[in-house]
Design a protein around this ligand. Structure first.
Ligand SMILES: [Zn+2]
Length: 252
């Protein structure tokens, strides 16, 4: 049972019992409101922190796939591609450094950048599904609409590179009960992260590089975006840093 279902079950039973006690003036109603507030807070935190596996179990660390921390392995992941100019620059760097990474691709970008999609596959990177449109309201969609959206990208990639991804990363890393059911139906494995670079909001390349260096740890799944200029700018130096620290780069 997921933490969400446990909360619904035990939280619901507790709320009901407390309501009965309040009804007979054995408990102030304030306690029921407080309980409902904490349940709501838990639902929100579970939605925005994929690492909590609250609605949807995800791989959030290499430890989740049995990697020992002493092995000093990390996995680079790039979201939101394919970007017309920056993704090829990222690929050039990865090729020069002989590093392979995971790319969680937006379906509609793959439609217009099929050459780069083929290159991603030919150069041995692991490709994942990051929805078709990555639209702002994705998490408001129905279970069926989410399923259709994910399957659209699966089909597109199957048709283009004859290989449908096995991994899915929720847009914005947000999860909810509808998404959990849709992903389960697709049979894909959800992937989160445990090192958020915050490259989308970095103020400078040096700030981004410092954060990455500070947070790098064994078993890290690093969240990056190949659409971000600073990410491309720091990538060579970051890979060199990781190699100098004795890390090896792996894929899921
Ligand atoms: Zn994204």
């Amino acid at each position: 049972m997921t933490p969400f279902l446990k909360l619904m079950l035990y939280g619901g039973i507790t709320a009901l019992l407390w309501c009965i006690l309040c009804w007979f003036n054995l408990l102030p109603w304030f306690f029921v409101w407080l309980l409902l507030f904490f349940i709501l807070l838990r639902l929100v935190l579970g939605a925005i922190y994929i690492q909590q596996n609250f609605y949807l179990p995800s791989i959030n660390s290499l430890a989740d796939v049995g990697t020992d921390a002493s092995e000093k392995k990390i996995c680079l992941t790039f979201d939101d591609g394919i970007h017309e100019t920056r993704t090829p620059r990222v690929l050039d760097i990865l090729r020069d450094k002989e590093v392979q990474a995971m790319f969680f691709l937006i379906g509609k970008n793959c439609e217009t950048q099929k050459d780069i999609l083929l290159r991603l596959q030919q150069e041995g990177h692991r490709l994942g599904n990051h929805s078709y449109a990555h639209d702002f309201w994705f998490d408001m969609k129905s279970r069926q609409a989410m399923y259709d959206d994910i399957q659209h990208t699966q089909q597109l990639m199957q048709d283009t590179i004859q290989l449908a991804p096995k991994f899915f990363r929720p847009p914005y890393g947000v999860t909810n009960p509808n998404l959990a059911k849709a992903v389960k139906r697709t049979g894909l494995t959800s992937v989160g992260w445990n090192l958020r670079s915050l490259d989308t909001v970095a103020k400078s390349s040096s700030q981004l590089l410092e954060k990455l260096k500070k947070d790098t740890k064994p078993n890290a799944i690093v969240l990056l975006h190949d659409r971000c200029e600073y990410t491309v700018e720091v990538l060579t130096e970051y890979i060199d840093y990781c190699l100098a620290q004795g890390y090896t780069f792996v894929l899921l």
